[in-house]
Design a protein around this ligand. Sequence first.
Ligand SMILES: *Cc1c(COP(=O)(O)O)cnc(C)c1O
Length: 398
Amino acid sequence: MIYFDNNDTTQLHPDVLEAMLPFFKEKYANPASLHNMGLEADSAVDEAREKVAGLIGAKPKELIFTSGATESNNLAIMGSARARSKRKHLIISAVEHASVLNIAKRLEGEGYRVTKLPVDGLGYVSPDSLRDAIDEDTFLVSIIHANHEIGVIQDIKTLADITHERGAWFHTDAAQALGKIPFIVGDLGVDFASFNGHKLHGPKGVGGLFINRKTRPRRLMEGAPQEFELRPGTENVPGIIGFAKAIEIAVRDREEVAAYLKPLVKRLADGLSAIPHTFLNGPPPEERLPGNLNVTMLYIEGEAILMHLSNREICVSSGSACSSKSLTPSPVLTAIGLIHEEAHGAIRFSLSRFNTIEEVEEVIKKTVDVVELLRSMTAFIPELHSERQGGKGFYRER
Ligand SMILES: *Cc1c(COP(=O)(O)O)cnc(C)c1O
């Protein structure tokens, strides 16, 4: 199998598994217990917290462990709404993950005003659009750091500064950013940042939320006083240990992995750009999240390409991982201006440190074959797109 779906999830790094094993076997106590075994588990969790906090430039008290980025996003957004109940306006972008889009939708149902900032043709949020949208009623601005579908990286520092001028809090969904691009909370000026383990070779079902000590969201669940009374429930000790180890490795090897992936992605982009009527969604490779490419192949369905590649032992995603089981096109792709047919022809290739150049060659070859096969079975109407994206070459413009 060739796995090119690393923005969906990743394989566990062997060192992460090694670090977790003792906490499944002999070190299984509840960190809340007062006996020796409990104390040992408690200090392991504390150490993990210190480690992760140190790697993102935070204080240990500013980091809580959660079940993943979905929960962290919910807690940051809903918890801020509850904590600052006098303000009734939320700002997000049009290219957020479903866990942000849908909690925003819930707030809208409760009577909140939600502004969804548009993006340009490459997926960038403009600081001016934030300046125009924000007002004294805004309690939070939530903008994704590195996009899971098209790899666009937002200028978080500028957006956070504008937000603070108006007294609102700033949250970023950094699930794809941490460990892949520089991530220090102080440099970015964020009040909240969401992470998870499984996007960076750590375990699933565990993540974190950075909470600047000047802010405090309201907890969403009631229970025992774990995680500074913000997130009750017995800690996922093996998960937390694995999460911390995964971040440690990712941050340690970040530049080396990015340098390793660069020629692989370049070769993949070159190989795919040779297919006629094909274009890249999002910014050029040198500007985007390492390892990520998203390509529309016109006149065929992304799902069909995905299934044919899957039959040839290659794993990729169509349009959006989250909408791949439904017929609605990805909101990220429609936000950058694609019409339905263009969004439906999109395939995301996402590589990790465990992929190789030989795999890239294999994927290019099989994708060329599959596209040829599928197009030979489709009514081919180039006129449909000559005026649109298809006529503009492989690389896009803002
Ligand atoms: C994967 C992902 C999430 C959801 O994370 P889970 O840990 O699976 O809940 C949220 N945001 C982004 C950008 C993601 O890529």
